[in-house]
Design a protein around this ligand. Structure first.
Ligand SMILES: NC(=O)c1ccc[n+]([C@@H]2O[C@H](COP(=O)([O-])OP(=O)(O)OC[C@H]3O[C@@H](n4cnc5c(N)ncnc54)[C@H](OP(=O)(O)O)[C@@H]3O)[C@@H](O)[C@H]2O)c1
Length: 261
């Protein structure tokens, strides 16, 4: 069934974001597709138009810049937004000492500042209408106490899970109909690895499964969404064992990635 309100997806040019776009197109949502690679967004928009008759607006945008985030919000001022998926993000894997400072601060800009800015600006709009869904794509990394050899990525995702849970509670206390939640997958087979320069130590799930599960739980208004049983068990154990053990265990897993490259 055709929907009138749009779904906006950042990081729609590949991986989980591209599948979010596909599934929301199937559900009849008109889309706003956001990422830096314009050609990929255009190809996706053309394919979704042909397959599902989806109305797509593409907005090439580098969300690492605050001004670009503000421009994005201005460009969608004229449309009604039902769903906003804050999905753009990336990681890096190496000992903190050896990491490239520019890349790390860029990660903070995309994974933290852009998610923060876009959630805030979108929330104000949605709260005025008392309707809408904001899904922040975090990671199971954000629910663990720390991730040696991927320290910055884990820290950025911890910010996302923390702020999302806090805002969701504020909305609940205000009896708002607006939803905010975070999707916290473990490894997912996407281009993430190439960008982070790693190979997963654990087998990844498909982007299809991840996005499908994420949307199902989002519509059920679940605040923290963990797509796999294995990761749920791991995170539960993480709450039982001392934090320093968990940090050491996570470090062992990340180190395996370093050894594989
Ligand atoms: N794959 C995993 O194992 C995994 C696990 C847990 C969480 N996640 C999270 O899932 C989200 C999606 O990642 P993915 O796995 O689908 O990886 P991916 O295939 O590399 O996709 C990342 C997306 O983010 C976009 N992006 C990156 N930097 C951007 C920027 N500065 N401005 C605008 N868009 C930007 C990329 O588009 P352009 O390059 O075209 O800009 C791309 O569309 C990320 O937040 C990631 O942290 C991934």
């Amino acid at each position: 069934m055709k929907k009138s309100g749009y779904a906006v997806i950042t990081g729609a040019s590949s991986g989980i974001g591209m599948i979010f776009a596909e599934r929301l197109a199937q559900k009849g949502y008109p889309l706003v597709l956001v990422a830096r690679r314009k050609e990929r967004l255009k190809n996706l928009a053309d394919r979704l138009k042909e397959q599902y008759g989806t109305k797509c607006r593409i907005i090439p945008c580098d969300v690492s810049a605050l001004e670009e985030c503000k421009r994005l919000m201005q460009e969608i001022e004229d449309i009604s937004v039902d769903i906003f998926i804050n999905n753009a993000g990336f990681g890096d894997c190496c000992p903190f000492m050896n990491g490239n400072l520019e890349k790390e601060l860029g990660m903070v800009d995309v994974n933290v500042k852009a998610v923060h800015t876009l959630m805030k600006l979108m929330l104000k709009r949605m709260c005025d209408n008392n309707y809408g869904y904001i899904l922040n794509v975090a990671s199971s990394a954000g629910l663990l106490p720390g991730g040696p050899y991927m320290a910055v990525y884990y820290a950025t995702k911890a910010y996302v899970t923390s702020i999302t849970q806090a805002v969701a509670q504020e909305l609940k206390e205000a009896k708002s109909n607006v939803y905010v939640g975070c999707l916290c997958p473990g490894p997912v087979d996407t281009e993430f690895n190439q960008v982070a320069n790693v190979e997963f130590a654990l087998p990844g799930i498909s982007a299809e499964y991840c996005a499908k599960y994420g949307l199902k739980k989002m519509f059920q208004k679940k605040v923290v969404i963990i797509p796999t049983i294995g990761m749920k068990v791991l995170l539960t154990l993480g709450r039982i064992f001392p934090r320093k053990w968990c940090v050491a265990f996570t470090g062992l897993q990340q180190k395996k990635k370093l050894c594989r490259r």
